[in-house]
Write a protein that binds this ligand. Structure first.
Ligand SMILES: Cc1cc2nc3c(=O)[nH]c(=O)nc-3n(C[C@H](O)[C@H](O)[C@H](O)COP(=O)(O)OP(=O)(O)OC[C@H]3O[C@@H](n4cnc5c(N)ncnc54)[C@H](O)[C@@H]3O)c2cc1C
Length: 460
């Protein structure tokens, strides 16, 4: 029986991953989630018309997301995700399709080979991209470095790139990965992304897809694992403040005044929800937490269209010079036997779309689908819906590195998790899992495992 209890505020992936890792150390986690369901920004709901589980937005991962994949394995759900062997997807531009598809070669050579058959960039452009990738390989990044002060677009133009390579290659990857345009994101994050993905192992940039709805995948599977291993999950519990006892954070108060005690507390909520929890304190603690107040967010809009027949033969396609950005064939991805097809258009950095009405979006996107996919012209639309997530991800603007706080805080007994904390990864499920793992490791380092030892606790 664990003798130590840790309270975790937030039942998104970061909070659940913290709980799963603490269980490994024999510590009992109590997860408090204010909404009635788990998963946070990665959730799904059952559509009342079709009875189908719909994700709040298309979530993908890449082969390099090793801690996310380990989390999925730990909660017994490896059969609910699928990872391709290598990078490979079609890119449509004004009626022409060309694939970015890796050959069977070792390591990063496989990834570079994807450029060979890619016809949306000419030969000179391809040489420029190789030069850009080589420059990335030899660039050394450090915290608060020059690379966090300029945009990736500026850095690329300083390293031989032009409009063709930026629009048809670099931003094709940056926009969906960082949920922001290449002219907005820091060079630091852009360089890091390409170092890890394209310059890493052959499977690093390969696309991974959830095969079940997100609430099942990351939420329900985790709940089953946590509860059957002695942990507790409480949904519908909104935390209002932290409890301080003997100079340390020792629990949390809910909005209903209930105190839930633990030997440590982890905030696994977004930055904007974390800062109001912090008690008035020392200058040291104010200095530490204040940067989190300026973390900015970016929207994603998902357009769902149901056709009465298949209109897309691939599982997913990227588009250039079209508002469609990325189009996913949900029917195929989830292996559903149905005569029609459920298409999800994932719109990143969606400021332009977030305030449009459903009717406006319907006209624009069904029209664009018919223009780009001929089969959509004669197909009947049986249902149309839109899911807008206005604060989908945090932004990696120049200067944002210093806003990402470490998981160990100056408040004894208080730890942070959440994709926005300092993990080295952008706003992703991988970052959320990494943050939870780090928070759990710090707790164990500082307070010991679930076994009560005769040694006094070593606090920060
Ligand atoms: C539409 C969309 C598409 C995305 N696509 C991808 C993708 O393709 N690949 C990818 O890797 N990532 C993607 N992401 C990002 C990914 O979903 C997030 O990075 C990740 O889910 C963040 O997890 P988290 O646990 O850090 O935070 P959250 O998911 O925000 O979890 C925080 C939880 O805390 C709860 N909470 C807040 N305040 C309190 C309180 N006071 N008391 C109790 N509970 C509280 C919230 O309700 C929430 O459940 C996408 C996100 C969206 C929205």
């Amino acid at each position: 029986m664990p003798t130590r209890t840790v309270v975790i505020i937030g039942g998104g992936i970061a909070g659940l991953a913290t709980a799963v890792r603490l269980i490994r150390y024999g510590i009992k986690p109590i997860v408090l989630e204010k909404r009635p369901f788990l998963g946070g920004r990665a959730f799904s709901f059952v559509d009342s018309d079709t009875g189908i589980e719909i994700d709040n937005g298309q979530h993908v991962f890449i082969g390099a997301c090793d801690q996310f994949q380990q989390y999925i394995k730990d909660i017994g759900a490896s059969d609910q995700i699928k990872l391709e062997k290598r990078i490979g997807f079609p890119v449509l531009k004004r009626g022409k399709t060309s694939w970015l598809k890796a050959r069977k070669l070792p390591g990063a050579l496989a990834n570079l080979s994807a450029l060979l058959g890619y016809r949306h960039v000419g030969l000179t452009g391809k040489l420029m991209i190789l030069w850009g990738l080589l420059s990335i390989k030899f660039t050394r990044l450090s915290m608060n470095s020059f690379h966090d002060l300029i945009t990736f677009d500026e850095w690329l133009r300083d390293h031989g790139q032009n409009n063709e390579t930026i629009q048809n290659f670099w931003n094709l990857i940056i926009l969906p990965s960082l949920n922001d345009d290449i002219t907005e994101v820091s060079a630091h994050t852009g360089i890091q992304l390409f170092k890890v993905a394209l310059l890493g192992a052959a499977q690093n940039p390969a696309m991974g897809i959830p095969l079940s709805g997100l609430s099942t995948l990351v939420g329900e599977n985790a709940k089953k694992y946590i509860e059957s291993n002695g942990g507790e999950i409480r949904t519908g519990v909104d935390v209002e403040s932290l409890h301080i006892a003997k100079g340390r954070i020792a629990g949390a108060y809910t909005v209903n005044g209930e105190l839930i005690e633990g030997e440590a507390v982890v905030s696994a909520v977004p930055a904007a929800a974390m800062t109001p929890l912090i008690p008035e304190g020392s200058a040291e603690s104010t200095d530490f937490f204040t940067p989190a107040k300026t973390v900015k967010t970016a929207p994603i809009v998902a357009v769902h269209i149901w056709y009465d027949r298949p209109v897309l033969t691939e599982k997913f396609v990227a588009t250039l010079d079209s508002p469609l950005q990325w189009v996913f064939n949900d029917t195929d991805l989830k292996s559903r036997e149905e005569s029609g097809q459920h298409i999800v258009i994932s719109l990143s950095g969606a400021w332009e779309w977030q305030d449009r009405t459903k009717q406006e979006l319907r006209e624009i996107f069904t029209g664009e689908m018919a223009k780009i996919f001929p089969a959509a012209q004669s197909a009947t639309i049986t249902k149309f819906t839109v899911v807008k997530m206005l604060e989908a991800t945090f932004r990696v603007l120049p200067g944002s590195q210093k806003l990402r706080l470490t998981q160990r805080t100056p408040l004894p007994g208080f730890y942070l998790a959440g994709d926005w904390t300092d993990t080295g990864w952008p706003s992703t499920m991988e970052s959320a899992v990494r943050s939870g793992n780090l928070a759990a490791e710090y707790i164990v380092e500082d307070t010991g495992t679930g076994e009560r030892s005769s040694q006094p606790l070593s606090l920060i």
